[in-house]
Design a protein around this ligand. Structure first.
Ligand SMILES: [Fe+2]
Ligand SMILES: [Fe+2]
Length: 139
């Protein structure tokens, strides 16, 4: 079983967003598979992937915001600030690791990102389904 599984109940019926959510889940599952306890291997994996993952998350949030701002979604600012907060927290964590202020714990990092992403998906993205669909139809 995968660490993160996104079944049909997580679908927003907007292919571009659903595809990105699946990719985020895939990255988390891939990271968990690399939690081997071998510090050097974990560090290599982390260094190779973390910045790319952060860039992917940033792009994902921007994609959502571009769709939502075409609608009258009343919580747009709240939704957007949650994106910003998640990204800021993850970037701060990455800075601490890259500057050797904190030792890398790949399992902890992956669990932390999973918590943040899944909580956001459940409390924000899923409750915004109708606006995602509406905004996506307005080209
Ligand atoms: Fe999302
Ligand atoms: Fe979102």
């Amino acid at each position: 079983m995968d660490f993160v599984e996104l079944g049909y109940e997580y679908s927003l019926n907007v292919p571009v967003i659903d595809k990105q959510h699946k990719e985020l889940a895939k990255q988390l599952n891939n990271a968990i598979r690399h939690c081997t306890g071998k510090k050097n291997d974990e560090k290599k994996f982390y260094d190779k992937n973390m910045r790319k993952s952060i860039a992917f998350m940033r792009n994902h949030f921007e994609t959502e915001e571009e769709i939502l701002c075409k609608t009258k979604y009343e919580n747009f600012n709240k939704h957007k600030s949650d994106h910003t907060k998640i990204l800021d927290d993850i970037i701060k964590m990455n800075d601490d690791i890259e500057n050797n202020k904190v030792e890398l714990n790949l399992f902890y990092v992956t669990a932390f990102i999973k918590e943040r992403i899944m909580k956001h998906l459940k409390t924000y993205d899923l409750n915004t389904k109708k606006y995602f669909i509406e905004g996506n139809e307005k080209k």
